[in-house]
Design a protein around this ligand. Sequence first.
Ligand code: PLP
Length: 389
Amino acid sequence: MVQINSDYHSLSREYIFPIIDQKLDELKKMHPEATTINLGIGDIALPLAPSIAKAIADAAWEMTKKEGKRGYGPSHGYPFLREIIAKEEYSGLGITTDEVFISDGINTDSANVEEIFSQNASVAIPDPAYPVYLDTSIMAGKKIHLLPCTEENGFLPTSPKEAYDLIFLCTPHNPTGVAMTRSQLSEWVAYAKKHQAILLVDSAYRQFVTSKDVPRTIYEIEGAKEVAIEFCSFSKSAGFTGLRCGWTVVPKTIKPKEIYQFWNTRQTIKSNGYSYPIQRGAEAAYSAEGKKETREQIAEYQTSTKILLDGIKKIGQKCYGGVDSPYIWWKVPAHLSSWIFFDLLLKECHLISIPGVGFGKHGEGYIRLSGFTEPRIAHLAIEKISQLF
Ligand code: PLP
């Protein structure tokens, strides 16, 4: 008889988006005239940069020509994109083209990376965190240890006394919106070296970093190339959430050396390549026009985030993050739970947030607000929130 993967039964997370949708439907039934402000989902709010759209369209047209015909692409991504990423993102850090593996985004690779490690490898995961790390580790039947991110440790995971094999890190961190400094990342690199562990670093929000002492990549840290795999994406930096393109860096110097070989092999076997037009679009994000347009978009999200952060602080509320990331981690007023405060903001301000508990049990007592919105909407949100306090 067929045996199913019973680890799926251990997925006990409450899936918050269907609950939020249901609450939203109820609000709309009661107040059909209500205009809702969505600061919940961390998806892009601005249209695709024209230079990127043009590069995608041109690439598709190129494929209509006999000489431009393209079938399956390379499993590791087209060299033109791998090269420009190595050059533009890792200048002076010694990351080479063949250490950059193109992907369809961080989600897939961060979910799949564990398969090149032993089934017995233990995994340490920040809590609260982007849900994929925990859920996929549960699905893979891994031994899991949670690293609490609380007010006491500045909402970032600190290295435990015990030795774990794989450690997921996310910096700037979603959902708490704070980022690791050079010295905090150096501590993790030292931990990984001491315990011969591997850091799995999600760098989805690297382009939002503004603080001088916050590295944009783990490879700015001495020794990181021996212990870290980095996941990156065009999703939030260039509006690719609906296009899908990212990359993973696996250095050749990582130890044991099989990690590089196995990832290389894994991609060769499991990938038939990624869309040619989309990779041309990603390449265009590095053109002069593409850089200008995407920087303007990021600047707009940063402005919205600042409006929210300043506005919430002005009314005497405690909130964190929002400086090196587009997320604000709002400590809910005393004695309320994440969900109760979510309900209050929805009912009174018609504002959608995300209850912190949806990202892990240590997210209880917080809500996340997303700065992926236009500044005028951020102002409107603050106007409504201010009326509540
Ligand atoms: N990692 C983090 C921390 C995220 O917040 C998100 C999306 O919200 C992702 C990864 C997903 O990235 P991608 O679109 O590249 O799959």
